[in-house]
Design a binder for this molecule. Structure first.
Ligand code: UD1
Length: 420
């Protein structure tokens, strides 16, 4: 397994080009299953999660070709039975369920896996599909859905902690080919849901309200091929912004969407970073005098859970007490103990982490436990004095495109060490 070796303590400065969004492209790839015609998807990041999703599509019978960051996909003849092992490896694979059901009237997929950040049920996905009239059985690690006919309905999709992003995506995709009108109440408002809706609309779907808690879908008989460019990854942008703030450097985020980053930029500013938005270019400068922060993760447009770990790494640098409360996933603090190996002072109390920041961090070997936790360890390693080895960076490769190369361009001393 590969690791990163980081010599920290340097301010990182320069320009970084933000890649297409991982969380937008995964459901968009699944949506190509809704038509037998050719779809072209642009600005596709080269990530291992995308590779998994493409293998899943191919295992279902889709033809996929890649030219740089452009994918051409044709799902002319597909089957509704996904590869058990492939699907199990990645949480995002659950969103093939809605398109397969809509197109083929039945599907069998394995229960998905993904990052180890708490129990990740799919009850809301299944509730949504049942709401359209599907019969759902969960047995021996498989989900089997079946519906000779899907009927539009009003469906309340809110869960214990609010809306579900991929659940909304799944139901929205299934409803495009249902008869009648589907209204999703308490829908997720994330920009990735809007990007998926834009792609579906380009395919001929009739969808209004994406980006709000009420999405209305008028079912159509068939969808056609479409050409779509994926939005910039707001979590990658936020991560590089945190790198600038934590190292006291200045980073320009090319292609980033400041309109998707409101809560993150607000907290970075509160932490003492300077944010400049000029003519479509976003620049974040670490002023060198960091302040403690108070963060609670929430559904969009609140502070994203996918940026919680990275801002915890930043909080370790800020003199004073920061409080970080995780409301979306219950065990998403695995990075805290690894940050403590670098000298951080963090106490976990229920859903909150209390970070006493300002103690100088010093390099140490650490272990990545999930995707965003790994990003936090890289940020802390870049800010720490001395060398930090981050093991198991395959977690990072799931969601960051060539992270070490992008960091090297900013002046970081970071090397990938291939594992045995
Ligand atoms: C997506 C993102 C992930 C992000 C998360 C929250 C992708 C590929 N992943 O994951 O990076 O951290 O949104 O912004 O887009 N829940 C249920 N029942 C369900 C589904 C979810 O109770 O059927 C709960 C979850 O346990 C969690 C909350 O709802 O507490 C939100 O999860 P959800 O929005 O569904 O996350 P994902 O869509 O899986």
């Amino acid at each position: 397994m590969d690791s990163f070796l980081i010599e920290g303590g340097l301010p990182l400065s320069g320009e970084v080009t933000i890649s297409g969004s991982k969380n937008a492209v995964l459901p968009i790839l699944a949506a190509t299953l809704l038509t037998s015609e050719t779809c072209i998807i642009r600005r596709v990041p080269d990530l291992s999660d995308v590779g998994f999703m493409l293998k899943i599509l191919q295992s279902l019978g889709a033809e996929v070709t890649r030219d740089g960051d452009t994918l051409t996909i044709r799902a002319a003849n597909i089957s509704g039975r996904g590869d058990y092992e492939l699907i199990r490896k990645m949480r995002g694979s659950i969103c093939i369920l809605g398109p397969l059901l809509a197109r083929l009237k039945e599907a069998v997929v394995s229960l998905p896996g993904g990052c180890v950040i708490g129990t990740r049920p799919i009850d809301l996905h299944l509730k949504g599909l049942r709401g359209l009239g599907a019969q759902v059985e969960v047995e021996a690690g498989y989900v089997r859905v079946h519906a000779p006919r899907l009927e539009g309905q009003m469906i309340f999709l809110g869960g214990r902690v609010g809306p579900t992003v991929l659940g909304t995506a799944n139901l929205m995709m299934a409803a495009t080919l249902a008869s009648g009108i589907t209204v999703i109440e308490s829908a997720a408002c994330e920009p990735e849901v809007v990007d998926l809706a834009d792609f579906l609309i380009a395919m001929g779907a009739k969808i209004t309200g994406a980006g709000s808690p009420t999405i209305t879908i008028h079912g159509v008989k068939a969808l056609h091929g479409a050409d779509h460019e994926v939005i910039a990854d707001r979590i990658e942008a936020g991560t590089f912004a945190a790198v600038a703030a934590a190292t006291g450097g200045e980073v320009t985020l090319r292609g980033a969407r400041p309109d998707h980053l409101g809560a993150v930029l607000d907290k970075l500013q509160e932490a003492g970073a300077e944010i400049r938005r000029a003519a479509g270019v976003l620049t974040v400068r670490g002023t060198g005098s960091l302040k403690p922060i108070d963060i609670t993760t929430m559904p969009y447009s609140g502070f994203p859970t996918d940026m919680q770990a990275q801002l915890m790494a930043l909080a370790c640098q800020a003199p004073g007490t920061s409080i970080i409360t995780e409301r979306i996933f219950e065990s998403r603090f695995m990075h805290a103990s690894e940050l403590m190996r670098l000298g951080a002072d963090i106490a976990i109390e229920g859903p909150s982490a209390i970070v006493k920041g300002g103690r100088p961090l010093s390099g140490a070997p650490v272990m990545a436990s999930d995707l965003r936790a790994s990003a936090a360890l890289v940020i802390a390693g870049l800010a720490a004095k001395g060398s930090t080895q981050v093991h198991r960076v395959y977690h990072l490769d799931r969601g960051y495109e060539r992270m070490e190369l992008k960091l090297q361009k900013l002046g970081a001393r970071i090397q990938r060490t291939p594992g045995e």
